[in-house]
Design a binder for this molecule. Structure first.
Ligand code: NAD
Length: 441
């Protein structure tokens, strides 16, 4: 199968490389010439475990190529996936579909024979029809179908998520489109991955419902963490026990500084915008958004409260800036709220993050980048964990204690055990646990 992937960001690049691994011949297209030039020189512009090797193998096997020439890639393809960004519109929080419609216009102009056009981007209900109508208006002569195939991969484990998904959701009413999608995903089908064929409306809504539900779970456990702090309970014990309940399950129940990333903040807002425009408000999701925004703003105060006398003129070592580990992505990360607020409060900040170290001066002006965690901590008044990279879990705590000027550790990801930190002489602040809330066994 020949496939064109339009948009070579996180989703397009990973999907394109994984389709090539399935044995298809894939051309990944992007309008960003620098990105394509880098990829052609085997420089992968994003940090994602396993991706570089996957790209190298498939380029060498002649199954994966990169191009800025959308027209050529589409004219040759049997299926064209649109994986461009659908960011939050500044006006009402709805998804901004301008890149998607621009891509669809170019695809329509380039279609040369029957082509399946698939929206992989996360798009509001009804977008497939809008895309189809616009493409028909531009090219009434062209032979194509438009289907929806939302993507559920997570940054940081994206290659594995794509090749071992919980399910693949395809929305189409066309039997021909269904058979093309079945052929594309055949290797997963053979592995007994559940394939859900449904209407495009369902497929589009399932993606938003999934992200909104996960954001709700995170927000629930975050609010429960605040209550735990007030009543000397331990949120980790509560979460573990909740997770043992078969009706609930353990995932997305880790308390922290609030969710971020390129998907949950924008997708919750986009679904709320759709629901409002339909006159069916989603009050739970609206509350989740408000609670999470408020939480991210409050985290700087929590950090300041951990230092006697506050953070003015104190040096803090910030460990982790990306919205989660194993990615270089800082889009809507809690650090983007916390760091500027700490600077406003008069703190001096040094930071280390293995994913976005080179971009610290550009992303966080006024913050001094450090080459590793220990040099960030050296002589600081406190260390603050904002992202739970594994290398922070493995820190030598004796060494951390020795290097800090005052032994204050603020852990917004709950990666350390409060009892052990107390034994080592730290003044330890975490989320949803107090010194008086010993963990259960
Ligand atoms: P991204 O911003 O990383 O990448 C989008 C790419 O599309 C950019 O490289 C851009 O240059 C390119 N592009 C835009 N318009 C183009 C055009 N007309 N022609 C060619 N290239 C064009 O975006 P992303 O994070 O990969 O997300 C893409 C979509 O997938 C979004 O709708 C997002 O919500 C969804 N999604 C993202 C994730 C994730 O973890 N990032 C997971 C699931 C779904």
């Amino acid at each position: 199968m020949r496939i064109a992937m339009i948009g070579t960001g996180y989703v397009g690049l990973i999907t394109g490389a994984c389709f090539a691994r399935f044995g298809h011949r894939v051309t990944c297209v992007d309008r960003d010439g620098e990105r394509i030039a880098a990829l052609r020189h085997a420089r992968v512009p994003i940090f994602e475990p396993g991706l570089t090797a996957l790209i190298e193998t498939n380029v060498a096997a002649d199954r994966l190529a990169f191009s800025t020439n959308l027209e050529g890639a589409v004219a040759e393809a049997e299926a064209v996936f649109i994986a461009v960004g659908t960011p939050r519109s500044r006006i009402d929080g709805a998804a901004d579909l301008s890149d998607l419609h621009a891509a669809a216009r170019e695809i329509a102009a380039a279609i040369a024979h029957y082509t399946l056009v698939v929206t992989k981007s996360t798009v509001p209900v009804g977008t497939h029809r809008e895309v189809e109508n616009r493409m028909h208006a531009l090219r009434p002569d062209a032979d194509f179908d438009v289907a929806s195939n939302p993507e559920f991969l997570r940054e940081g484990s994206a290659v594995d998520d794509f090749t071992h998904p919980d399910r693949v959701v395809c929305g189409t009413r066309s039997a021909r489109a269904e058979s093309v999608l079945r052929e594309i995903y055949r290797p997963l089908f053979l592995n007994e991955t559940p394939m859900l064929f449904t209407t495009p409306e369902n497929a589009e809504l399932i993606k938003y419902a999934t992200n909104c539900f996960l954001a709700t779970r995170i927000t629930f456990i975050n609010e429960l963490a605040d209550l735990c702090e007030a009543v000397d309970a331990d949120v980790q014990v509560c979460a573990r026990s909740l997770g043992m309940d078969g009706r609930i399950g353990p995932k997305f129940l880790h308390a922290g500084p609030g969710y971020g990333g390129s998907c949950f903040p924008k997708d919750t807002r986009a679904l709320v915008a759709t629901a409002r425009s339909e006159g069916v408000p989603l009050r739970v999701v609206e509350a989740v958004i408000a609670s999470n925004d408020d939480r991210k703003r409050r985290m700087a105060d929590k950090i300041a409260a951990a230092l006697a006398g506050g953070v003015q003129d104190r040096t803090l070592a910030i460990l982790g800036l990306t919205f989660k580990p194993n990615t270089d992505d800082v889009r809507e990360a809690p650090s983007l709220d916390i760091v500027p607020r700490l600077l406003e409060m008069g703190a001096r900040l040094r930071a280390y993050d293995p994913g976005c170290l080179d971009r610290i001066p550009e992303l966080f002006p006024g913050v001094t980048p450090c080459k590793d965690a220990y040099s960030a901590i050296e002589g600081a008044d406190a260390a603050v964990i904002l992202t739970e990279w594994n290398e922070f879990r493995a820190l030598d705590l004796h060494e951390v204690r020795r290097r800090l000027r005052t032994p204050v550790l603020v852990d917004l990801r709950d990666i350390f055990d409060p009892g052990r930190l107390a034994e080592l002489g730290f003044e330890y602040t975490s989320v949803g646990r107090t010194a008086r809330s010993p963990a259960g066994t």
